[in-house]
Ligand binder design. Structure first.
Ligand SMILES: *[C@@H]1O[C@H](CO)[C@@H](O)[C@H](O)[C@H]1NC(C)=O
Ligand SMILES: *[C@@H]1O[C@H](CO)[C@@H](O)[C@H](O)[C@H]1NC(C)=O
Ligand SMILES: *[C@@H]1O[C@H](CO)[C@@H](O)[C@H](O)[C@H]1NC(C)=O
Ligand SMILES: *[C@@H]1O[C@H](CO)[C@@H](O)[C@H](O)[C@H]1NC(C)=O
Ligand SMILES: *[C@@H]1O[C@H](CO)[C@@H](O)[C@H](O)[C@H]1NC(C)=O
Ligand SMILES: *[C@@H]1O[C@H](CO)[C@@H](O)[C@H](O)[C@H]1NC(C)=O
Ligand SMILES: *[C@@H]1O[C@H](CO)[C@@H](O)[C@H](O)[C@H]1NC(C)=O
Ligand SMILES: *[C@@H]1O[C@H](CO)[C@@H](O)[C@H](O)[C@H]1NC(C)=O
Ligand SMILES: *[C@@H]1O[C@H](CO)[C@@H](O)[C@H](O)[C@H]1NC(C)=O
Length: 419
């Protein structure tokens, strides 16, 4: 093993260690010493002990620098690893079964930006893990591989391609889950029909999930955060969505959902973040939204809502983010809202219909800005005038370039003809 260890393959190794004796002492004396791994050496509880030599060798085999005793910075005599995070590793780091077997005491294992090849975890490690995280790591995972981590309470997989027939195969056996993130994984299939009732956090955003939102999902009464954005979900939002009475964050943005905003949403008093943008939702925007006292983020843009916006300036200015643009039949009451707020929808006539065609998509260039409204008078006019400019310039440029290309081609042809 000649390679110089200085270009460290792992820039972060976070180790937290289990004091085996302390853990055993804390357990009720009657409870049988369960399947917890025995340290190979038996030292008296008082003598300072270092890391299990087998685990030390495992870390070394993973190129984790161990010249410094990972336990020495602590006054406690640590014995076994509980938690390991590998971050920013280069792709020549390889997991080995032997190393992972030695590390089976881990309850938490994280890979952050570690594009190495996954291997089948030894059964003991799979059973002990409570927290598993893979972000931009492990090249490619399968649903079957993930489904073996049955005792997880927290699963986070983000920016890793996961091939599976759907989330069901991954989640159905994990009976203790509290928190699930499977995001940016290109996961296909339908949402599961059965859920474990203790879920508090569910993020399945930015995948290729299709079909409807099952009613069973709305029975997760402990759920605080639900993000299903950027999938291909269709049909209507279940009428029972309001049964998620603890929910604080709800994002169903960028799907193909249709129909109205369900009335039951009024029964979600804790809601602070509501994003229903970029769907095909229709009907009017319900009045009860203005009574949601905790709301800070409201995005209803890019739908097919119609009618008069039921909000006054006090309500809108209280929000950190407010977007309603790109709803061509939606308008605002000028008597109530004046013309100061940039809402990107038209004012209403006296019948509650949009007065002028709403601002075209010209605003999309600076749509990323969170500031969807401000107090600048008549800025809309200036902006509109501006927006014609760039596209004309671009067009002019394009014509100019194509003329030059044409001219060059013409000259080449001419030169050839003249030979
Ligand atoms: C990993 O690298 C990124 C950027 O290269 C850096 O911002 C981050 O702090 C690193 N993470 C760790 C844990 O070293
Ligand atoms: C982990 O889950 C298995 C079933 O998959 C179970 O038999 C075992 O008791 C669990 N282990 C712990 C430590 O909870
Ligand atoms: C998902 O698929 C898209 C398009 O096929 C691809 O660009 C992207 O890298 C994939 N994401 C992952 C995490 O593999
Ligand atoms: C849900 O959590 C409660 C307490 O947090 C626990 O008693 C119960 O066993 C859990 N249920 C499941 C299915 O994990
Ligand atoms: C939902 O997920 C999307 C994409 O992954 C992300 O941009 C958005 O911030 C998330 N919403 C919330 C409320 O966290
Ligand atoms: C809600 O979403 C925001 C933004 O993504 C996040 O900071 C916050 O922690 C989320 N709340 C819960 C309860 O998950
Ligand atoms: C909303 O759209 C559905 C079809 O997606 C249609 O059946 C319904 O009549 C529409 N409702 C309104 C109020 O436009
Ligand atoms: C604005 O609407 C809120 C309800 O969202 C209401 O309580 C408040 O009195 C209204 N303010 C004005 C100035 O009309
Ligand atoms: C606009 O608001 C005023 C004052 O509240 C009201 O009299 C009028 O009917 C509203 N117009 C529409 C179209 O809703």
């Amino acid at each position: 093993m000649a390679p110089d260890p200085s270009p460290l393959l792992l820039f972060l190794v976070h180790l937290s260690l289990l004091l085996h004796h302390a853990a055993a002492a804390a357990a009720p004396p009657t409870s049988a010493p369960t399947s917890a791994p025995k340290p190979p050496t038996h030292s008296s509880p008082n003598s300072p002990s270092t890391l299990d030599p087998k685990q030390l060798r495992a870390l070394q085999s993973l190129n984790i620098p161990t010249s410094k005793d990972p336990c020495s910075h602590s006054s406690s005599p640590f014995r076994h690893l509980l938690s390991l995070t590998l971050a920013n590793c280069s792709d020549d780091v390889a997991l080995s079964l032997t190393a992972l077997k030695s590390l089976s005491t881990l309850t938490s294992l994280s890979f952050l930006n570690c594009p190495i090849s996954p291997i089948k975890f030894p059964a003991e490690l799979a059973a002990n893990l409570r927290t598993f995280t893979a972000v931009s790591s492990l090249n490619k995972l399968t649903g079957v591989w993930l489904s073996r981590l049955q005792n997880l309470t927290s699963l986070t997989v983000s920016r890793v391609a996961v091939s599976a027939s759907g989330p069901t195969i991954i989640l159905s056996g994990m009976k203790s889950l509290h928190s699930v993130t499977l995001s940016h994984t290109n996961l296909t299939g339908n949402l599961p029909k059965h859920w474990h009732s203790n879920l508090t956090f569910l993020d399945l955003s930015t995948n290729q999930l299709k079909g409807e939102i099952p009613i069973s999902l709305t029975r997760l009464e402990n759920l605080l955060h639900l993000n299903l954005s950027s999938n291909s979900l269709s049909e209507t939002i279940p009428d029972t969505i309001g049964d998620l009475s603890s929910l604080q964050n709800l994002s169903l943005a960028s799907n193909s959902l249709s129909g109205p905003i369900p009335e039951s949403l009024a029964a979600m008093p804790a809601l602070t973040h509501l994003d229903l943008s970029s769907n095909q939702l229709n009907g009017t925007i319900p009045n009860f939204i203005r009574d949601m006292k905790r709301l800070k983020f409201l995005n209803l843009a890019g739908n097919a809502f119609h009618g008069v916006l039921p909000f006054n300036a006090t309500f809108i200015e209280r929000l950190e983010v407010f977007k309603v643009g790109e709803n061509s039949n939606l308008c605002y009451n000028r008597t109530v809202l004046g013309s100061k707020l940039k809402l990107r929808i038209a004012a209403c006539d006296k019948h509650g219909l949009p007065l002028s065609p709403p601002p075209a998509k010209d605003a999309s260039a600076d749509d990323s800005s969170d500031e969807d409204y401000d107090d600048g008078d008549d800025e809309n006019v200036g902006e509109k005038k501006h927006s014609g400019g760039p596209s004309k310039v671009v067009l002019g440029f394009a014509i100019g370039i194509s003329s030059i290309v044409f001219l060059i081609v013409f000259l080449i042809l001419l030169a050839k003809c003249c030979k």
